[in-house]
Design a protein around this ligand. Sequence first.
Ligand code: NAD
Length: 326
Amino acid sequence: MLRKKVVVIDSHTNSYVSDTGPEASILGNGFEVEVLKVAKPEELVGRLGGVHGIISWHLVPLTTEVIESLDACEVIVRAAVGFDNIDVQTARARGIEVCNVPDYGTEEVADHAMAMLLALARRLKSTDEHVSKGGWNWNAIGNPKRIRGTTLGIVGFGRIGSALSVRAKAFGLDVLFYDPYVASGIEKSFGVRRTESLQELLAGSDWISLHAPLNPATRDLVSAREMQAMKPGAVLINSARGGLVHTPSLIDALDSGQVGAAGLDVVAEEPHIPAPLLLRSNVIISPHSAFYSTDSIGEIRHKSAWNIRRHFARQHLRDRVEANAY
Ligand code: NAD
């Protein structure tokens, strides 16, 4: 029997995949799996002949030229949520399936957003700074409010936003969400309240957590006008994409106190962090690490291989992506 050839594309400058154990154990004997480490797309052209499936682990672009060089490939799996490194349109035009792994970090990102909310509510950065400087006064960190009974507004009620709502409700928060695209009734399933506009959510929330994708319609979704619409001192948490927030407006709003604090896992031009965001007791920043745990990384590899296996078993591909999807 001719074995199907699957290549895992990793980067040799920022390498992660050192063996093919997880993929091989899921794909079984009918497949031969190998890792290809490259830095640039040009290095892929001419090296993917006879390859039946690709797992795009690293962000090395699968450009038009790379896709056009494929002679046997039937399926490409992006081992991540975002698939903007793949020319999906060309792949589809050549009859190649493309899918992603949209849910590997749902729990981690929801936990991270909740952790940021709790840390900012309990002012953990300030308490740590206070103790590090030799202090030991319980009231040296201002006037924190009780979390229970405050309102969290979630923008984007997909996998992560809804997972956050479950966590927030356990802490006694009242939860609102704004998402014009999710079906009616999801608010009933989760026991939360839906707002009809972003402005309504902003005006009613003590905490605002962003979980919408970045696309032309959502770039700078939260700008000066939206910050003005918030309750004075409301807290903004962004673990979605930096481009959702207009950074200069956030800095102004933090300076004026209109935004009381911020938790940012993402910034507009990563890894550049504007200096005025650093060294503030009321701003917590993490390096786009919300998705990360040893379990989530294991899950990406596992689910990527399962997508390949399903394709060759002619089973329904759950995570098929569309060329024009955000
Ligand atoms: P999802 O697709 O399940 O949910 C996104 C939701 O946003 C959808 O329900 C969609 O209807 C909604 N939405 C789209 N446009 C909107 C708008 N203008 N206003 C309000 N809602 C809108 O995605 P997810 O898995 O929940 O992930 C959400 C985002 O989190 C991703 O797009 C990604 O950018 C980000 N993310 C970040 C990390 C990280 O490590 N920080 C990891 C994974 C995902």
